[in-house]
Design a protein around this ligand. Structure first.
Ligand code: FE2
Length: 481
C-alpha cells in the first residue's frame, strides 16, 4: 500500500490520478487541529426542499493513525488486552454540543442555524439535523460547529456545501456516481480509496453507496459487538479523502449484508461470525452512522428528467435457504407494492432503480442471495416481467454487491443492468465469467459508475459510464428519450 503523502504531494498526486482539475479544498489531507470531528460530516437524503446533516463530536481532530494494526489476512477477534481507542483508525467520541449554520452565501452571510444539541454516548456522540424549507436547485454552504459540554470550549468548524435537487417540474442536467463494496482491507491508498478523488473530479450532484460500506464479518478485526461495529464505521469515514468528499458531495446510502451483520444474511438467520452483534443492532447502527430518513426504501426526483429509486434488500427478506415460490421475497410485500405504484405514477423522463443487489446477473450458480439466483427466481421473474410490461424503456437497474463491473441485458425481458463493481482492484473477483449472450461489458476490476442526464433539442439522454478506480472511462452506454 502507498505511504501517506505530504499535503503538497497528495494534491499533485490526486490531480494527476483523476486527470482533471478539481477544487483544491476537496483534497485537504490534514484536519484542522482545533476541530473535533474526526469522522467528518455527511449530508444525506437531499430533496428539492430538505437535507439531513450527520455530525459526530470526537475527542481528537483526526483518527488514531498510529494505532495498533493487524494483518489484512483472515480477520481476528480483537485481543482482550487491546482497547478500541488504541486501534488504527479509532475515533473515540466526546460529549459536547453540535449545531449547523447554513446559508446560500459562501461566506455564510445571513446564515440560518439549528439549535445546539447535546451529544452523548447513547448515539455514539452523533446527531442528525433535518434542514427544511430549502430552495430547490440551490447551493447551500454550511459550518458544522462543535463545542465541549455546556458550550466550552468552542472548536474549529468543518465547512462544506451541497446542492438541493431541482424541482420535479424543471429539466436540469444532473450527474451522479454510484459505488459499492468498500472493504478497509482492500484500500488502495492510506488516505482513502482512489475512487473518492476520482468521483469528486466529475463534480457529481450526489453519490450513492449501494452497500457493504464496511465489512463487519470479514474485515481486519471482526465487529463482535456494538462498539466494534461502530469502530468499523469510524475507521472508514475518518480517512482524509472520504472526509473531504463527504463535505462536498451529498449521498444516499444503502446497506447490504456485510454492513448489516454478515455474509448473505437475513433477519432470522444464524449469526456465526460476529456474535454477540445482532441483526437488529446492525440495522440501528446503520441508521446511527448514516444520514437517513424514516424509510430504508425511498425515491427521489432530480428534476423533470430523472427519478431514482433506492431499494432495501435486507430488512424484509425471506430466508435464503427457503424453498423458492410465490411467498419467497427479498423486497417484502409493502416495498414491492410501493415500487410498482411509484414507478407507475412517475412522470420523470428516465427512471432508474438503484438496488444493493443484481436482478439480471449472471451470478455464480452456487449463490442464493439475489434475484439473479435460482433461489429467488419466482420474485425475480415477477419483477422483470412487470418492468418489461410497465416501464419498457427509459428504465434500467443499477446494482453493487458483485465484485466485478458489468453491463448486462436480460435475454427474455430486455432489462438493462449496470454493476458498479467494488471500490478497488484489490477486492475484485468472483465472476462466473463473461457470458456473450448477456454481457455487453464485463471487467474484473474495481471502480465506479457515473450517470449523466443531459437535455438537448427538447430531448433527454442518459449516459452511463463505468470508470476504473482512477476515473478513466472503460465503458459507456447511452439511453435516448
Ligand atoms: Fe461486497
Amino acid at each position: 500500500m502507498a505511504k501517506p503523502l505530504s499535503r503538497r504531494k497528495f494534491l499533485a498526486g490526486s490531480l494527476a490520478a483523476t486527470g482533471a482539475l478539481a477544487a483544491p479544498h476537496l483534497f485537504a489531507a490534514q484536519p484542522d487541529p482545533a476541530s473535533r470531528q474526526a469522522t467528518g460530516v455527511k449530508v444525506g437524503e437531499v430533496t428539492d426542499t430538505s437535507a439531513i446533516v450527520w455530525m459526530r463530536l470526537t475527542a481528537s481532530a483526526g483518527p488514531n493513525v498510529k494505532g495498533k494494526d493487524f494483518p489484512r489476512g483472515k480477520p481476528i477477534v480483537r485481543p482482550k488486552d487491546v482497547r478500541i481507542e488504541d486501534l488504527r483508525g479509532a475515533c473515540p467520541g466526546a460529549a459536547g454540543r453540535v449545531r449547523v449554520r447554513f446559508s446560500t452565501n459562501a461566506d455564510l452571510k445571513g446564515a440560518k442555524m439549528t439549535d445546539w444539541v447535546d451529544v452523548t454516548a447513547r448515539t455514539d456522540f452523533s446527531h442528525q439535523f433535518r434542514l427544511t424549507e430549502l430552495q430547490a436547485n440551490t447551493t447551500y454552504h454550511y459550518a458544522a460547529e462543535t463545542t465541549g459540554p455546556n458550550g466550552k470550549p468552542a472548536h474549529a468548524a468543518l465547512r462544506g456545501s451541497f446542492q438541493t435537487a431541482p424541482a420535479p417540474d424543471r429539466y436540469e442536467d444532473v450527474t451522479f456516481t454510484v459505488i459499492s463494496c468498500s472493504a478497509f482491507r482492500s484500500l488502495d491508498h492510506d488516505d482513502g480509496f482512489h475512487i473518492y478523488p476520482a468521483m469528486a473530479a466529475l463534480r457529481p450532484r450526489f453519490f450513492v453507496h449501494t452497500g457493504d460500506n464496511v465489512y463487519y464479518d470479514s474485515d481486519i478485526l471482526y465487529a463482535t459487538g456494538v462498539e466494534m461495529a461502530r469502530y468499523h464505521w469510524h475507521r472508514m469515514h475518518s480517512l482524509p479523502r472520504h472526509v473531504a468528499f463527504h463535505l462536498q458531495v451529498p449521498g444516499y446510502f444503502e446497506k447490504d449484508d456485510h454492513d448489516c451483520l454478515q455474509d448473505d444474511c437475513w433477519p432470522t438467520g444464524k449469526n456465526d461470525r460476529v456474535d454477540p452483534l445482532t441483526f437488529a443492532q446492525g440495522l440501528s447502527i446503520f441508521r446511527e452512522q448514516i444520514p437517513m430518513g424514516e424509510r430504508t426504501y425511498r425515491t427521489q426526483r432530480w428534476g423533470r428528467g430523472l427519478q431514482v429509486w433506492f431499494l432495501e434488500t435486507r430488512d424484509f427478506r425471506s430466508p435464503n435457504n427457503m424453498k423458492d415460490g410465490p411467498n419467497k421475497t427479498i423486497l417484502g410485500k409493502d416495498q414491492k407494492q410501493w415500487l410498482f405504484d411509484t414507478l407507475r405514477a412517475s412522470q420523470a423522463e428516465f427512471k432508474i432503480v438503484i438496488c444493493p443487489n443484481p436482478i439480471v446477473g449472471p451470478d455464480r450458480v452456487n449463490k442464493a442471495d439475489n434475484h439473479s439466483n435460482a433461489a429467488f427466481r419466482t420474485e425475480g421473474n415477477e419483477l422483470r416481467r412487470w418492468f418489461q410490461k410497465n416501464v419498457p424503456d427509459r428504465f434500467f437497474w443499477i446494482n453493487g454487491d458483485r465484485h466485478w463491473q458489468y453491463h448486462s441485458v436480460h435475454p427474455d425481458t430486455g432489462l438493462h443492468e449496470f454493476c458498479t463493481g467494488c471500490a478497488s482492484d484489490r477486492h475484485a473477483g468472483g465472476t462466473p465469467g463473461e457470458n456473450k449472450k448477456i454481457h455487453r461489458f464485463h471487467r474484473v476490476r474495481g471502480g465506479f459508475l457515473s450517470v449523466a442526464y443531459r437535455r438537448a433539442d427538447k430531448r433527454g439522454a442518459v449516459t452511463v459510464q463505468h470508470h476504473d478506480v482512477m476515473g478513466k472511462v472503460v465503458n459507456e452506454h447511452v439511453f435516448r428519450a
